[in-house]
Design a binder for this molecule. Sequence first.
Ligand code: T1G
Length: 695
Amino acid sequence: MTQVVRYECRDGIGVITVDYPPVNALGAAVRSGLLAALEQGLQDADARALVVTGDGRTFPAGADIREFGKPPVEPFLPDVINAYESAGKLTVAAIHGTALGGGMEVALGCDYRVALDSAKVGLPEVKLGLLPGAGGTQRLPRLIGADAALPIIAEGNPVPAAKAKALGLVDEVVSGDLVAGAVAFARKLVESNAPQRPLREQAVKLDNPNLFAEYEKSIARKQRGFLSPFRCIEAVRAATELPFDEGMKRERALFMELMQSSESRAQRHVFFAEREVAKVPGIAKDTPRRDINTVAVIGAGTMGGGIAMNFANAGIPVRLLEVKQDALDRGLAVIRRNYENTARKGRLTQDDVEKRMSLIQPTLSYDDLGSVDLVIEAVFETMDIKKAVFKELDRVCKPGAILATNTSTLDVNEIAAITSRPQDVMGMHFFSPANVMKLLENVRGEKTADDVVATVMDLSKRIGKVGVCVGVCHGFVGNRMLHKRQHEAIALVEEGASPEQVDKVIYDFGLPMGPFAMSDLAGLDVGYRIREELRKAGDPEAQALSWVDKLAAKGRYGQKTGAGVFRYEEGDRTPRPDPEVAELIAEHRREKGITPREVTDQEILERCLYVMVNEGAKILEEGIAARPLDVDVVWIYGYGFPVYRGGPMFWADHVGVKTIYDKVVEFQKRLGDSNWKPAPLLKQLAEAGKGFYAG
Ligand code: T1G
């Protein structure tokens, strides 16, 4: 077995190297190896000081999160770090890549830290619903002060080397050969009799006595529902109030509380799910990818423009095609305005804006698309127009070009079938605003070739999206479940709830907004037009106008018209209840002979969320999503499902599939089969006492 930690002496300096791909995670073997190598270094008379570093891509990037939930194995990381901190020789951490979490804590156990100029350091445990559990909350405040340490710990964002140096987090930034730089630095320290500096012996600087109260107030809204950011505050406060060893006990207690919490279990699930989702079952890892060097987008409207921006942002030239010059000009103007807004916030330079704009080449002619590698169609959401576009694409695009549609509900197989190359056709469903939302539903048609799927899944990551491979059905995964939830939300109001009551329940559960605020944002006309299509096609479900459709029919489209389900003051997006809407709902109930009843928050939560879980089970049975994690990732990245609940399917296990199934059966009896016919998979899991994840 290769040594996961090796020791050598170089020019009188002992060098300890962790070699445990892919990210030198601090698993049990690495922890033991670090202790053994330290012992070797201390015994080595030639070694006047010790450097600790990582081989491959990075300094240790944290504890091995695959060990979480398993019985702890000694040596524990805090003990390893204590051994380095109390070593009889001066120690220097040599950092490249991403020294994160436990990796950063190992570096804090050393006397000095040297970082490569491209390195980043940080304590991202909070993003896993945890907090630094190997002394980070006690040592970092002793190194850089509580005021600077608190946001690094409670927000978990990486700190680039230059900023880390400015904060005093690292002592030296080098370029080129990191280990050589660190060895030279260590030798200089020894020759100048530099002291060892165990952080446990340092006092904690606290500039602002109100730091903790002010910080807690500042994160209350953004971090609502999360637990770990608030425990991070407690741990750092302990560093300012308790002796080191007491503070370490407090940190351990808080860490163990979080480790057991449902929030952290959910957040750790999401960490793996958002990586696993890129591995499509059935698509071999070595499937060849097609080269994507140039792209075209058809349609310069809101979606087309946003989609084009994603490629320009990734440095990929994109042809933007419209049928009319004024539409093209308007589309480009919106794109430029988006970039300039970002530049005004300091997140882009004017030079970046011009560079990205130059990558977007407008055209009115399909004949300009002959050499592009991928085309994404983003035109009006009606089948006739999409078919006409794909006929043109089939005519002009080179063999092997991938032809994608951004449709959000239409049948990708039907679109593919009108081309001579269905194997090159798939859906790429972006979420609005396309240049912001990270979710990309990659819709695999019956005939879509494996290498097309593999290429598009890789491309998703390249343009900064989280791509999820889904099958063809009305609404794919996200919107299909959303439609069910909307149906329940509308029905609950018909039965007696108010729109603001329904929205508050879903907002308090953790979604960024309630169903009706969301409809007002997307535009009531969007759903209304989709149902008009279904009405025209004779869909029995879509015949009767709901109270929401009645609002749309009156031109109340939501934010875009200043009024929808709620009303909006000029320049203010806050949804406000509207007496006119309450009157329309009352009238609607009278017309339908409905006597309004008291609807509890609990019923709202169960009907809006259990209907989604039931639909998710059907989506899994039909193979529209391959795994429950695909459904979870869609809802987290497409709709803001709270990360601390893990996604609808992970959350269903937390509630208990049996509990949900029993309620689905109860609702089926009361509300009928349309929305509440239990999914066979849900029944099967409930009867077997299993969950979607809990086998
Ligand atoms: N443990 C185990 N495996 C890990 C891992 C980790 N900490 N981090 C990444 N991997 C795997 C990942 O699953 C993938 O595996 C491969 O490495 C590449 O990852 C005590 C308790 C380091 C910035 O939170 O942020 O320390 O799919 O695709 O985009 O206080 O991974 O190839 O088989 O993400 O280049 C704290 C988490 C842990 C860092 C690299 N550390 N990792 O990003 O590659 S808790 C973290 C990351 C802790 C202590 C506490 C990123 C990355 P596979 P990747 P990447």
